[in-house]
Ligand binder design. Structure first.
Ligand SMILES: [Zn+2]
Length: 470
C-alpha cells in the first residue's frame, strides 16, 4: 500500500521560515488522491511571468510520460500536479567545474533561482542537481521539503523541472531534469520512484544489485530469467573490462534507462508495474460497505469500482460460500435462494493478469480481495459487513531442487492455507501459514516436475502459483 507519503517537518534553528504558499495546477486527475500515485512537478528557474510556460512544459512532460508504456496502460493510477514556484532569474547555474569534459569554452554562469539548480554537479557536466554536491544540496532539500509540506503534503513523488534547454538531469530523492527532452525526467523518475538503475556505462561505485542490474550470469537464476529470449532480453555486460564487465543488464542500447527516446525494456517495465501495485490497490471503492438492513429487497447488488488498466488487464473472481459464482464482472446480484441461514461470505478476488508481468518467475504476486459477510436468517438479511485485504506473496527460488520459501503477507492478518498439488491433482502437502511467516518447504525428496501452490484465505482460493522442482 502507499508507503511513500511523507509528512515532513524540518525545523532547524536558523532555517525556520514561514509557510510559502504557491499556486498548484492539476495536470492529470484520475481520482481520489488517497488511491493514486500523486506526482508533483516543481518549477525551477522560471520567473513569475514564465510560470505559464512552466505549466505548458509540465503538461508536455505529463503527455509524453503517459503516451509511453507502461504509464500509458496505468495512467488511471496517477494524478499529476504542478506547483508554480517563481525564481528571481531564469535557467540554472553552470559553474564550468565539470571534470569529465573540457569546460574551457564555457563561461561560468550563475543565476538566482529558487532551488539553486546547477550543472556540473559531482564534477559531471550533464548532471543537473539542486546542489553542486550532497553537502550543498542539504539546505535545498530542506527548502524542497517545506515547499511540499506547505503546498502538497500528500505527494508520493516530486520532480523538479528546470527551465533550460541544455541537456541534464539526475535521479535521487527528488529527481531533477532540464526541459531539453522530457524523456530525461521520465528516465530520472525510473530511478527515483521505481528503483531502476542506469543501463549505460557507469563509474564503479554505482554498480549494485537492482531490478535491471546484476552480477548473476546463470540463465536459470538471473532475476529476469523469465524474459530471456523475449522482447530481445538477454544478459549484456555494462563494459568490456574492469568492474563494469562484471555487471549485466537486460538489453543493450534498447532501454530508456540507457538511451532516451527508447521504450523501457521488458524488465524495467515489469519493475515499474510491480511498484505501482506495491503502492496502489486496484480497488478504488465498492458498495455496499457496512450496512444494517431492516427490510431487505432481493436481489442484493454488490459493486466493485476498479482502477482499470488500458486495455483492462484486471481479472476478478467472485466466490460465494466457497463456490465460484462469476468471473471478470464488476457487479453481481445475489438472490435470496443463493443464501444459507447464518453467515454467508462473498469474496471478490482481483489480480492484474497483464502479460507485462511474468509473475511465474517474478518474485512477488499481488492479489486484492473484498469480502462481504452477509448475515441471513429466516427474518431476512440483518447486516452486511465488508473488509478489503491485499496480499503480497513471494515464492523463491523458483525453480529449485532444494528448499523453497513462501512468504505470504496480508493487511488483515488473515491466516492462510497453502496446498501443494501435483500435476495429477493429488494434494502433496497442506500448510497453515500465519501472516508474514516465512514458510520453508524442503523439496529434496519430491520428484522433478511442476507443482501447483494454491493459496486460500478463509477457505477462498485467492491465488495459484506454479512451482518447479528441478
Ligand atoms: Zn531496462
Amino acid at each position: 500500500m502507499k508507503s511513500l507519503v511523507l509528512f515532513i517537518i524540518f525545523i532547524t534553528n536558523s532555517l525556520l521560515v514561514s509557510a510559502q504558499i504557491f499556486d498548484v495546477d492539476t495536470l492529470l486527475f484520475s481520482g481520489n488522491s488517497e488511491k493514486r500515485i500523486n506526482l508533483v512537478v516543481l518549477s525551477e528557474g522560471y520567473q513569475p511571468d514564465e510560470l505559464g510556460e512552466f505549466i505548458t512544459h509540465a503538461t508536455s512532460f505529463k503527455n509524453s510520460m503517459f503516451s509511453q508504456s507502461p504509464f500509458l496502460e496505468y495512467i488511471n493510477y496517477f494524478n499529476v500536479f504542478a506547483i508554480k514556484i517563481p525564481s528571481n532569474e531564469s535557467g540554472a547555474d553552470h559553474p564550468a567545474t565539470a571534470t569529465d569534459v573540457n569546460e574551457s569554452e564555457i563561461t561560468p554562469t550563475f543565476v538566482d533561482t529558487y532551488f539553486n539548480a546547477t550543472f556540473d554537479a559531482f564534477g559531471y557536466h550533464r548532471y543537473i542537481y539542486y546542489g553542486i554536491d550532497y553537502t550543498d544540496a542539504a539546505s535545498t532539500e530542506v527548502k524542497i521539503n517545506s515547499v511540499l509540506a506547505d503546498n502538497f503534503p500528500t505527494y508520493d513523488q516530486a520532480l523538479i523541472l528546470v527551465n533550460t534547454t541544455e541537456y541534464g538531469g539526475t535521479g535521487g530523492k527528488f529527481p531533477i531534469a532540464s526541459i531539453s527532452s522530457y524523456d530525461i525526467a521520465i528516465h530520472e523518475l525510473g530511478h527515483s520512484l521505481f528503483n531502476l538503475k542506469d543501463e549505460y556505462f557507469l563509474p564503479d561505485i554505482y554498480y549494485a544489485e537492482a531490478i535491471n542490474m546484476t552480477q548473476e550470469t546463470n540463465t536459470s537464476l538471473i532475476k529476469w530469467k523469465n524474459w530471456i529470449g523475449t522482447n530481445g532480453v538477454d544478459i549484456n555486460p555494462y563494459g568490456s573490462s574492469g568492474v563494469s564487465a562484471t555487471w549485466y543488464k537486460p538489453r543493450h542500447l534498447q532501454c530508456k534507462m540507457e538511451l532516451l527516446n527508447k521504450p523501457f525494456c521488458a524488465v524495467c517495465k515489469e519493475g515499474i508495474i510491480e511498484k505501482i501495485h506495491d503502492l496502489i490497490s486496484p480497488i478504488d471503492s465498492y458498495t455496499p460497505e457496512n450496512i444494517t438492513i431492516n427490510t431487505p429487497s432481493f436481489p442484493l447488488d454488490f459493486q466493485l469500482n476498479l482502477i482499470k488498466t488500458i486495455p483492462n488487464s484486471l481479472e476478478s473472481i467472485w466466490i460465494l460460500n466457497a463456490n465460484n459464482i462469476d468471473n471478470n464482472v464488476d457487479n453481481i446480484s445475489i438472490e435470496e435462494t443463493d443464501l444459507k441461514t447464518g453467515t454467508n461470505t462473498l469474496t471478490a478476488v482481483i489480480n492484474d493478469a497483464t502479460t507485462s508481468l511474468r509473475v511465474d518467475n517474478h518474485e512477488t504476486l499481488h492479489v486484492y480481495t473484498v469480502t462481504w459477510s452477509i448475515n441471513y436468517s429466516t427474518l431476512g438479511i440483518e447486516t452486511i459487513v465488508s473488509d478489503v485485504n491485499s496480499f503480497n506473496m513471494s515464492v523463491f527460488p523458483n525453480p529449485t531442487n532444494d528448499v523453497i520459501n513462501f512468504t505470504l503477507e496480508n493487511t488483515l492478518d488473515t491466516p492462510l492455507k497453502l496446498e501443494i498439488i501435483s500435476m495429477d491433482g493429488k494434494t502433496i502437502q497442506s500448510y497453515n501459514v500465519t501472516n508474514s511467516e516465512n514458510l520453508q518447504i524442503d523439496m529434496n525428496t519430491w520428484s522433478q516436475g511442476i507443482y501447483l501452490a494454491k493459496v486460500y484465505a478463509n477457505n477462498d482460493l485467492i491465488a495459484n502459483k506454479r512451482i518447479v522442482k528441478n
